[in-house]
Write a protein that binds this ligand. Structure first.
Ligand code: FAD
Length: 490
């Protein structure tokens, strides 16, 4: 199998073309689905249509022929059955955060899980059941009152579905692993309309593939998750640097990073405009500032944690340092939401880095000094428990990198697209030239089909994913995603 076997969202070389939802097909689907859905069908022209076709990245402008807004697993089964019977092109929408816009199917049927957001918690067993359309905030809201967490992502409006099936990195990953490392089971609507439970003992091949292989195998209508005792608060240290002090601090950060234990997540954020976080003095709000953020991923009152956060705060020459004990679910998990609101134009370059070289620091600082768009360059501390899972035990590859660089930027004018994308690509290339890198399938832009094999763990992993695909979706109906083409080689 070559790289050509992978295509971008709504790929251009499907084995057999699927039909669009034109007026005639829309009428057929409405007649069939209306009596079967507990949710609703949303057609072009209805007010809800514009709301449900909007996704996080405003560069995506797709117009589904019909949206099946599902409220139950039976609704999803009905929608998948109809799409298969009529050979209609379809997509699955979770939280709508995929930068590539794969949640929507231009001219096809979008199966929208927005009506499926219930979360159940069994505190005694530390077991959580979350519907397939949950946002991360739904999970945190349900687990926090029990002193439990599921490790997930850093913006609370992101969908659990897309995030977890592709991996799922967040502030707590160094201690508790990726979101997909905490699956107990998954209830999946397959392409043939059957519903199966995938776990380590039931359809283990499917369970393996769903931990990193994305939405290629079916619609996950329920996530059975393992929760961990944590919180309700987290100890966070922040050190702020003016541009003239950022280089020395970042080099010292790179030197100290390997000694830090897995109970700490030590992250960097280079802000073009410092937001009004509670710990930022008013005169620094809106300034170009670098921030080192050290999070203690254990008991917020532990003396060891207090000492370690103070030690890390002393890196370089910060103009402000602070240590805060903040609520995790309602505070830290939502801290970035306002900066990364739905509906801005976005191109997110990311790389998993083998290390942070002096040359990479120079490239990042040059970019930051001339950055034209809003947002930040983040270095998120990975490693720790992520690397404790043996390679091959899940489909998720790329567990070894200690840092995840994300150029998380956004702007509002289409006229800025080409210039900004060019600037982002150049800095990512400059950093990539300095160290070993890996890619993350959940952050690929629509024009990055060339990174998909790497993002899915390399050739051998990719072939294994193709074989599982051949078993569970042989006709490649689930193709509005970073598509894994079925590999029928035995
Ligand atoms: P959607 O766009 O709704 O779906 C993307 C794809 O996922 C769909 O095409 C479908 O194939 C599949 N899918 C979604 N739900 C299901 C389901 N229930 N069953 C089957 N398939 C499904 N990633 C991280 O790991 N950590 C982060 O901290 C992080 N932060 C982010 C912050 C922002 C602002 C953004 C835009 C993205 C971030 N991401 C992060 C990337 C994120 O993991 C992906 O964008 C992911 O696709 C979001 O999932 P979603 O359900 O919202 O996406």
């Amino acid at each position: 199998m070559s790289d050509k076997s992978m295509s971008g969202p709504n790929g251009d070389q499907p084995p057999a073309r699927l039909r669009a939802v034109d007026e005639a097909m829309r009428a057929v689907l409405i007649e069939e689905l209306s009596p079967r859905l507990r949710g609703k069908l949303i057609q072009p022209g209805e007010p809800a249509y514009e709301e449900r076709r909007a996704v996080w990245n405003a560069m995506v402008d797709k117009r589904p022929g019909l949206i099946a807004y599902c409220a139950s697993t039976a609704d999803v089964v009905a929608a998948v059955d109809a799409a298969r019977r009529h050979r209609v092109d379809f997509s699955v929408r979770g939280g709508g955060h995929s930068v590539s816009g794969s949640a929507l199917c231009d001219g096809g049927l979008t199966i929208d899980l927005g009506g499926m957001r219930e979360v159940g918690v069994d505190p005694a067993r530390r077991a959580v059941e979350a519907d397939g359309g949950c946002l991360l905030a739904d999970l945190d809201r349900a687990t926090a009152p029990h002193g439990l967490v599921i490790p997930s992502g850093t913006v609370s409006t992101t969908g659990l579905g897309g995030l977890a099936l592709g991996g799922g990195f967040g502030w707590l990953s160094r201690r508790f692993g990726l979101t997909c490392d905490n699956f107990r089971y998954l209830d999946v609507v397959l392409a043939d309309g059957t519903v199966v439970r995938a776990s380590s003992t039931s359809h283990p091949d499917l369970f393996w593939a769903l931990r990193g292989g994305g939405g290629n195998y079916g619609v996950v209508t329920r996530f059975g998750l393992r929760a961990h005792p944590f919180g309700p608060n987290i100890r966070v240290g922040a050190a702020l640097y003016r541009p003239r002090d950022a280089g020395a601090a970042l080099r010292e950060y790179a030197r100290r990073l390997p000694e830090v234990s897995a109970t700490v997540g030590w992250n960097v954020s280079l802000k073009r405009r410092m937001p009004p976080y509670p710990f930022v003095p008013p005169e620094l709000v809106g300034e170009r500032m670098m921030m080192l953020i050290a999070m203690w991923l254990g008991d917020d009152e532990s003396p060891e944690g207090k000492r370690e956060i103070e030690r890390l705060n002393s890196t370089g020459h910060p103009c402000v340092t602070t240590t805060e004990v903040l609520p995790f679910a309602e505070g830290v998990q939502k801290m970035l939401d306002d900066e990364f609101r739905v509906g801005r134009r976005c191109y997110t370059k990311e790389l998993h880095l083998g290390d942070l070289t002096d040359e990479a620091v120079d490239a990042l600082l040059r970019f930051w000094a001339h950055m034209r768009m809003d947002g930040e360059t983040a270095l998120i501390h990975t490693g720790g428990a992520i690397g404790d899972v043996p390679e091959g035990a899940s489909a998720f590859g790329n567990r070894r990198s200690p840092l995840w660089m994300v150029l998380d930027t956004h702007w509002s004018e289409a006229a800025q697209d080409a210039g900004n994308i060019g600037q982002l690509r150049r800095v990512a290339d400059a950093v990539a030239a300095t160290t070993e890198t890996n890619a993350y399938v959940n952050m690929l832009n629509p024009d990055e089909a060339d990174r998909v094999v790497e993002a899915l763990g390399g050739e051998a992993n990719h072939r294994a994913l193709g074989r599982v695909k051949a078993r569970y979706d042989p006709a490649n109906l689930f193709r509005s995603n970073w598509n894994i083409v079925p590999l029928h080689d035995g």
